[in-house]
Every structure is written in structure tokens, then in C-alpha cells.
Write a protein that binds this ligand. Structure first.
Ligand code: FAD
Length: 469
């Protein structure tokens, strides 16, 4: 009897523990992707990007003598129907850790097992399962540095190379057509423009890693903060869909470190920020929806409105903020320094609820990740674990002098700031919805808040509520 492989955010054949386990059974394998409500709920850009990922992965499977069976519906009945159709012995998958996936997967596992079927989940999305890293007193980590110290020297199993072929069943179950799923339907922000910037699939992900470790890693520690410099790996996009596994990255980064590549350890540390965000989300799932520090519930967060809308449109008049927001519409991604600045500006200078920014990122980022995004927003707002202290309010004007002194980043994305705007700055106007009514002929707006006033207002609000870092 064959086995069903239920793929979700693990669209790869390289270093996939569930695949290694499945191959060891010697059974024919039937890869499946289910478009269920949890997947339908993805934001516009990640859902569009997922469609590209599924397409690339399906082609990859064909090259390995296999196929990807696409089915729409709630995961449990879809998997049960496939088991009935194919006579499969059961289902294997790679674990996910966000609250919605966990709830679904636990129910699927219980039901399949109750039917006497094999139902097995495996690691693969992370270096370390969140419950295996414990403090001296048996709790979880709330602060990054001790977490890093706890995992830095921990063994990570070697990555397992992709098999050349997957054993196929004699008869393939029918598959729906990917185009019919219209995963890009909600992407009304210039999919064609973002498409120039994405790097989809396993082979591009592996070459991205290689390219990064062959060069930029040497300058990574210093250059990673400068948004105009192409100094980072770009791997978040691929990690989000599992087109590359974290163990593959860890071992390659570790080898670079041992070769003496400056910056390699720093790169590993960043990869561990991702782990840490999952550790936090596993132990405190409410991090994705509620102020992690409950005393922040009393803070007079502003709701959605004109201020948030100008922020979303990249029209705040604060060049660092606007350049970063526009970068997101043109490339589908945003430099980490930009993410910190726009999040700080929205939550502090505009005192807007971090969840409004979080939701917008979820809709716009092709590398959207439930754990990293939630942690990043709560960190910037001050409401989260190991957060920036509430009184540390990034000043976008001084930040931009420090990290974009030559204005290359601002000019790259803000057409109104240069006489001869480049292709990407102009692409912004084509990338955003028409309903925003923006054009390259417009004038760049005056700053919507005075930075000093905005800062004082936020500090006064913190003082009123007796909030502390
Ligand atoms: P590199 O610098 O090459 O780092 C390598 C890898 O380390 C990244 O691919 C990523 O997996 C991990 N990493 C690096 N920095 C962080 C971090 N601060 N937190 C968690 N993991 C990190 N990252 C996402 O992947 N998805 C998100 O939705 C997301 N939202 C964010 C929201 C805010 C408000 C902030 C401040 C940060 C957010 N980040 C998010 C983290 C970070 O900005 C990105 O991971 C990084 O910019 C990705 O670029 P890269 O792959 O070139 O990173």
C-alpha cells in the first residue's frame, strides 16, 4: 500500500525528514497538497507566492518520477478520501507550529489513527523542536541571548540529500489544476512586478545560499544594516515555503565559519532568531494576536484610519519609512532595517496598534512568516518578549543618515526624490492598486508628523500608563 505525503510549508526534496522516513518504508509515495481553509486564509502576496512554489515543486516532483496531487477541501476529509481511493496505509507530514496549523494537525492525526491508519508528523521546519530547548529550571526562553547560548553548540543532524527519484504508485489519483485554484487572485499589487524579484523553488534557494556564502557573508556583519547594499541572503522567502531546510543552511553556515568567513557566525545567529520566534510562538501562541506583555492592553493604541493608510501607501513624508514600504510593493520583501523603522514609526510616532502593521505585512510580504512577523511587530512596539525598550523610539531621520547616508535606498524607491527616477522607483506606481490614485507626477508629501512631537506624544502616553520596558 502507498503512503500519502502531505506537503504544506516544506516544498522540497532536499533534507526533509518526513521524506527520509517515508522512503525507509519502501512504499510507493503519493505527494499531496491540500488547499484548505487555513491555506485559503493566507494574505494576498504569500498566497500568490505559494502558488509559484507549488508550481515549481510539482515540476521538481515530475523530474523525480513522481507527481503532486492537488485537492481542495478540509484537510481531514480530503486525506481520508485519498486514502480510500488509493488504499494508502496512512499519511506523513512535516510539523508546523502556528496555532491554526497545530489545531488542524492534531485533529487530523487523532482521526486518522482512530481509523487505524498511520499518521506521522516529523520535524523539518526548524533546527530544534521548540519543546526541546529548556532553561535550567525547565521553562522556555523569553530572551534571545540565553536562547542562542543554549542552542549554539547543540548538535544538529546532518542534512540528507534529495533522492534521485520517488517510488511511484501504479495508479495516480486525479489532481485538480493549479491554475483553477487562482492563488494569485487577491494579489492586486503588481504581481508582474514582484515576479521579477522572487526566486522560486529548491534549486534557486540552494544557489542563493551558495552565492551568499561565497561572497556577501564576509561583509555580512557590518553591511547587513545598510538597506541599499545587497548584503543579506534573501533566504527568508524560501524558508517561508520550505524550499530550503534550516539544517542545510546551518551546516553550510557553520562550515563557512570554520573556514574563517567573517560574518558567518552572525548569519547563524540570525537564523537562530527565526528559531527563537518559533520557540516563542509555540510556548505562547497568543504572541500572534495579543500584547505579549498584558500591561500593554491599557495602552491607547490608535485604530485604523488615515494615518495608517498613509503609512500603507508609502506617503508619510518620512523618506526612510516610505522607501521601505515601497520596496515591499516592488520586490515583495523589505530590508530588515526598513522593517524595524516602519514598525517603530507606525507603533510609536503614529501610536497605531501593532496588529494593523502585522496584518498588512501578512498581506504584502512574499516571505511572510507567522512567528517572525509576530515577534518582529511586538518587538518594535515594545509589547513583546525581549522587546526594544519602550523609550527607544527610532528616529527615522537620524536612522536614514546613518544607514542610507548616500541616499541610494531612498532614490531607489522614491521617484519624487530624484530628477531621473529609476525603474524600481517608477514601478511602485504600477505595483500599487489603482484605487490609491498615486502617480509619479505627484509631489512628495510633507512629513505627516513632526518627529520630535510624535516621540514626545508616545513617551507621554507610556508615562501615563506607567508602562515599563
Ligand atoms: P538574512 O539577514 O540573510 O538572515 C538569514 C535568515 O535568518 C533569514 O532568512 C531569516 O530566516 C532569519 N532571520 C533574520 N533576521 C530575523 C529576525 N529578526 N527574526 C526572525 N528571523 C530572522 N522575517 C520573515 O521571515 N518573515 C516575516 O514575516 C518577518 N516579518 C518581520 C516583521 C518585522 C516588524 C521585523 C522587524 C522583522 C521581520 N522579519 C520577518 C525578520 C527579518 O526582517 C527577515 O527575516 C529578514 O529581513 C529576511 O531577509 P534575509 O533572508 O535576507 O535575512
Amino acid at each position: 500500500a502507498p503512503l500519502l505525503l502531505w506537503f504544506r510549508r516544506d516544498l522540497r526534496l532536499d533534507d526533509l525528514p518526513m521524506l527520509t522516513a517515508a522512503l525507509a518504508t519502501g512504499r510507493p509515495l503519493i505527494p499531496v497538497f491540500v488547499l484548505d481553509a487555513e491555506t485559503e486564509a493566507l494574505g494576498a502576496a504569500p498566497k500568490w507566492r505559494l502558488g509559484l512554489g507549488i508550481g515549481a515543486f510539482a515540476a521538481r516532483l515530475v523530474a523525480a518520477g513522481s507527481r503532486l496531487v492537488l485537492r481542495r477541501g478540509a484537510a481531514l476529509p480530503v486525506l481520508q478520501a485519498l486514502v480510500a481511493e488509493t488504499g494508502a496505509a496512512g499519511v506523513m507530514w512535516s510539523r508546523l507550529y502556528d496555532p491554526a496549523s497545530r489545531k488542524r494537525d492534531e485533529a487530523v492525526k487523532a482521526e486518522l489513527r482512530a481509523q487505524g491508519l498511520l499518521a506521522e508528523s516529523h520535524a523539518g521546519h526548524l533546527l530544534h523542536e521548540p519543546w526541546t530547548v529548556e532553561t535550567g529550571t525547565g521553562g522556555f526562553y523569553r530572551v534571545y541571548t540565553p536562547y542562542w547560548k543554549a542552542v549554539r553548540g547543540r548538535p544538529v543532524a546532518e542534512a540528507v540529500a534529495a533522492p534521485a527519484a520517488l517510488p511511484a504508485p501504479e495508479v495516480w489519483p486525479a489532481s485538480e489544476a493549479l491554475e483553477a485554484w487562482r492563488l494569485g487572485a487577491a494579489m492586486n499589487r503588481g504581481a508582474a512586478i514582484v515576479a521579477r524579484h522572487v526566486q522560486v523553488g529548491e534549486a534557486p534557494a540552494l544557489s542563493r545560499l551558495q552565492r551568499f556564502l561565497d561572497g556577501p557573508v564576509k561583509e555580512y556583519r557590518e553591511a547587513r544594516d545598510f538597506p541599499a547594499v545587497d548584503a543579506c541572503s534573501g533566504l527568508s522567502e524560501n524558508l517561508a515555503y520550505g524550499e530550503i531546510g534550516p539544517r542545510r543552511i546551518w551546516h553550510a553556515g557553520w562550515a563557512a565559519m570554520e573556514r574563517g568567513a567573517a560574518g558567518a557566525e552572525h548569519f547563524l545567529k540570525e537564523l537562530v532568531w527565526r528559531e527563537f520566534s518559533y520557540h516563542l510562538m509555540f510556548h505562547t501562541p497568543e504572541i500572534t494576536t495579543r500584547n505579549w506583555k498584558p500591561e500593554w492592553d491599557a495602552f491607547p493604541w490608535q485604530g485604523d484610519g488615515e494615518a495608517a493608510e498613509r503609512w500603507r501607501r508609502g506617503m508619510t513624508g518620512e523618506p526612510f519609512v516610505d522607501a521601505a514600504m515601497r520596496e515591499m510593493y516592488v520586490t515583495g520583501r523589505m530590508h530588515n532595517r526598513g522593517r524595524m523603522i516602519v514598525a517603530s514609526y507606525l507603533t510609536k510616532h503614529l501610536m497605531t496598534d501593532w496588529r494593523i502593521g502585522q496584518a498588512w505585512f501578512e498581506d504584502c510580504l512574499v516571505d511572510w512568516d507567522p512567528a517572525a512577523n509576530a515577534m518582529g511587530w511586538q518587538w518594535a512596539a515594545g509589547s513583546g518578549p525581549d522587546a526594544a525598550p519602550y523609550f527607544r523610539i527610532f528616529n527615522p531621520a537620524t536612522q536614514v543618515e546613518k544607514f542610507d547616508g548616500g541616499a541610494a535606498y531612498r532614490k531607489r524607491f522614491i521617484a519624487e526624490l530624484s530628477r531621473q527616477a529609476g525603474a524600481e522607483a517608477l514601478a511602485f506606481f504600477d505595483a500599487v492598486p489603482r484605487s490609491w490614485g498615486l502617480s509619479a507626477a505627484q509631489r512628495y508629501p510633507m512629513p505627516m508628523v513632526d518627529l520630535a512631537e510624535g516621540r514626545e506624544r508616545a513617551l507621554a502616553a507610556y508615562a501615563n500608563r506607567g508602562l515599563q520596558a
